[in-house]
Design a protein around this ligand. Structure first.
Ligand SMILES: C[S@@+](CC[C@H](N)C(=O)[O-])C[C@H]1O[C@@H](n2cnc3c(N)ncnc32)[C@H](O)[C@@H]1O
Length: 242
C-alpha cells in the first residue's frame, strides 16, 4: 500500500473548476483551518477490531491531522496510511504524530493500486464534498482500491430537522443547487445528507451496519450523524443483459 506520489499533490484537479465549485478553494479552506480545528466524529473501533487482523491494510481517506490514524495505531493496527488533499493538515499530522504514514492526494483521487487495501475509513469527508458527481467519483475510487470483501467505514452528517439548519439549507439551496449544502463562516462549504442520497451512493456495496446518533461538529454544534459499515462484494455483480 504505497502511494504513487507521497509528498506532493498532483497539480491537476479531478474535475475542472465550474461556477460555485472549485476544489482548490475547498483545499484552501482546509489548509487555513488546519492549525485550529479539532475533529470530533466518533471512530467505532469495535466495528473494525471484530473483523480485521492487526496487519490489515487500512486507508484513512481525508485523514486530516491523523486523529483517527493515531486511534487505529493505539488499538494495534500496524499497516495504516492517511491521505488528504490539504498539505497544512498533513504538516500538522507530521508534527504531532511523526511516526504516522501520511501522504497528499489530489481532490477525490486515490493514488493506490486496484484492490490494494483491506479497509477504508471515510470519516466526515463527504460533508466537505458538495456535489453528487464528486462524491460518486470518490466512491468509485475507494471501491477500486478495496479488495473484494474489503470494508468501508463511513461517518457523516444527515439533514437535521431543527430550525437553524432548515433555515440555512433553504437559504443556500439556490446558490449551491443541492438542499443541505451551506456555507459556514471562514469560507467553508459543508453538506448535510439526505439519507436517500446516501442509499443511492452506496448501493454498489453490501450494508453491514447502519447507526444514527447525534454527532458534535468541529464548531461545537450538535448535528444528526450516521455511521455506516459497508462491504465490497466478493463476487462482481453479474451482467443481467441477454
Ligand atoms: C472534517 S475533516 C475530517 C478529518 C478526519 N477524517 C477526522 O475525522 O479526524 C475532513 C478532511 O477531509 C479533507 N478533504 C476534504 N475534501 C477532500 C477531498 N476532495 N479529497 C481529499 N481530502 C479531502 C480535508 O482536508 C480534511 O482534512
Amino acid at each position: 500500500m504505497t502511494p504513487h506520489s507521497p509528498d506532493q499533490p498532483p497539480a491537476a484537479p479531478l474535475h475542472p473548476a465550474s461556477p460555485g465549485q472549485d476544489p482548490n478553494q475547498d483545499r484552501e479552506y482546509w489548509n487555513r483551518v488546519a492549525p485550529e480545528k479539532n475533529f470530533t466524529t466518533p471512530l467505532p473501533l469495535e466495528l473494525l477490531q471484530n473483523r480485521l487482523a492487526p496487519q490489515a491494510r487500512i486507508l484513512d481517506y481525508g485523514c486530516g491531522y491523523g486523529r483517527t490514524l493515531t486511534l487505529l495505531e493505539q488499538s494495534g493496527f500496524t499497516q495504516t496510511l492517511g491521505l488528504d488533499f490539504a498539505p497544512a493538515m498533513l504538516q500538522r499530522g507530521h508534527r504531532q504524530h511523526p511516526h504516522l504514514r501520511l501522504a497528499a492526494c489530489a481532490p477525490g483521487r486515490v493514488p493506490l493500486a486496484d484492490q490494494s487495501v483491506d479497509a477504508v475509513l471515510l470519516l466526515a469527508v463527504l460533508t466537505c464534498i458538495r456535489h453528487d458527481r464528486d462524491q460518486r467519483s470518490l466512491l468509485n475510487e475507494l471501491t477500486r482500491v478495496l479488495r473484494p470483501g474489503g470494508l468501508l467505514l463511513v461517518n457523516d452528517f444527515l439533514l437535521a430537522p431543527d430550525q437553524r439548519n432548515q433555515e440555512r439549507y433553504a437559504r443556500f439551496a439556490k446558490q449551491f443547487g443541492t438542499y443541505g449544502v451551506f456555507a459556514i463562516s471562514g469560507g467553508g462549504v459543508m453538506r448535510h445528507h439526505d439519507p436517500a442520497w446516501l442509499d443511492q451512493l452506496f448501493s454498489g456495496l453490501h450494508p453491514l451496519v447502519r447507526k444514527e446518533t447525534p454527532f458534535t461538529t468541529m464548531n461545537g454544534n450538535s448535528a444528526q450523524g450516521v455511521t455506516l459499515l459497508l462491504q465490497r462484494p466478493r463476487i462482481p455483480a453479474q451482467d443481467q443483459s441477454p
